[in-house]
Design a protein around this ligand. Structure first.
Ligand code: UT7
Length: 328
């Protein structure tokens, strides 16, 4: 058995910025409503020629450079996304090719906004079991392609971006590494946050297109309540399982969906805002990319360093949720 550590992180966001004021010209909304209800000020939008694999590859290049890991040293590529380039092949295969990674396994996983934590747990299991030495884990999204730009209840929330981590093998004696994961899901909530058509249940037809069923739909109020409860419970249970007090955690890195959700979780755990990473004002909700982008920025800004205890927590469509404890 080995320990699994994050040996390098990277992130990428497209250049184009879409501000709340820009959205005022597109739908019946205003900067004040968006800011007070969500905390979001602006988000990034991919250029027409950029697909999810392009964003993913850019973030991954940076993560591999930081880790000092060459393409031929990557054993597996896992991409978490709800906006793959195609239904198949997997975006991970396209990323592998773009990065010149020879012969690695490639797979996409889909757990919506919790996808990156699910992917990290798989990478950690591969590495700690001794099966692989280096697994490239990416959360990448071009949500601008599945957002209904006529629906003010959702289009103000989402953005495009990618974050990546190289998960590498280290010895059990090393203090750095993943401590544990706690993952959950409940499919009875499937139709509260989803894209109704385009899969095997409702394949694309003239009718599904004219009914706008290929866009993301969300019951925001119901989602909000379950998000606060399950994220807080996932964090509380993982801390309890590992006999760790919340005050020992240097930084909580939560899924960036809504500042009010993040504040409610921090309050419930009794953690001050100086120990909670927030960057959604700049990027909005980028689904599976929020956590790797937030952790990457936290490291770059010096908010956490080697030896610090980090707790990540996610929530998304499915519903799915999860928490992870990591000593950097
Ligand atoms: O990442 C996956 C997980 N996603 C989440 O966790 C998101 C969870 N949900 C949320 O973040 C919030 O529910 C929203 C931000 C989506 C909505 O905030 P809310 O405080 O729950 O607002 P609401 O849906 O209760 O709407 C309040 C009012 C409504 O008007 P009436 O019925 O009170 O007259 C809406 O029609 O605000 C109206 N409204 C807007 N007004 C201006 C909804 N969207 C907008 C808008 N601009 N963009």
């Amino acid at each position: 058995m080995y320990k699994a550590v994050i040996s390098g992180m990277g992130m990428y966001v497209p250049e184009k910025v879409l501000t709340n004021h820009d959205l005022e010209k597109m739908v019946e909304t205003n900067d004040e409503w968006i800011t007070t209800r969500t905390g979001i000020k602006e988000r990034r939008i991919a250029s027409p020629e950029q697909a999810t694999s392009d964003l993913a590859a850019n973030a991954a290049r940076q993560a591999m450079a930081k880790a000092g890991v060459k393409p031929e040293e990557i054993d597996m590529v896992i991409v978490a996304t709800i906006t793959p380039d195609y239904i198949f092949p997997a975006t991970a295969a396209l990323v592998q090719h773009k990065l010149g990674i020879p012969h690695a396994g490639t797979v996409d996983i889909e757990a919506a906004c919790s996808g990156f934590l699910y992917a990290l747990s798989m990478a950690s299991a591969y590495v700690s079991s001794g099966m692989y030495k280096n697994v490239l884990v990416i959360g990448a999204e071009t949500l601008s392609r599945i957002v209904d730009w006529t629906d003010r209840t959702t289009c103000i929330l989402f953005g495009d971006g990618a974050g990546a981590a190289v998960v590498s093998r280290t010895e059990m004696t090393e203090s750095s590494g993943f401590i544990g994961f706690s993952l959950g899901g409940d499919g009875s909530y499937a139709d509260l946050l989803w894209i109704p058509a385009g899969g095997s249940k409702q394949p694309a037809s003239h009718e599904t297109i004219s009914n706008r069923l290929h866009y993301m739909k969300m019951n925001g109020n119901a989602t909000f309540k379950v998000a606060v409860r399950t994220m807080a419970e996932a964090l509380e249970s993982i801390l309890k399982d590992h006999h760790i007090d919340s005050h020992e955690v240097k930084l909580i890195v939560p899924h960036q969906a809504n500042l009010r959700i993040i504040s409610a979780i921090a309050e419930r755990l009794g953690v001050g805002e100086e120990r909670v990473m927030v960057n959604l004002q700049k990027y909005g909700n980028t689904s599976s990319a929020t956590i790797p982008m937030a952790l990457c920025e936290a490291i770059e800004e010096g908010r956490v360093k080697k030896g610090d205890l980090v707790a990540m927590v996610a929530f998304g469509g499915g519903f799915t949720w999860g928490a992870a404890l990591l000593r950097l």
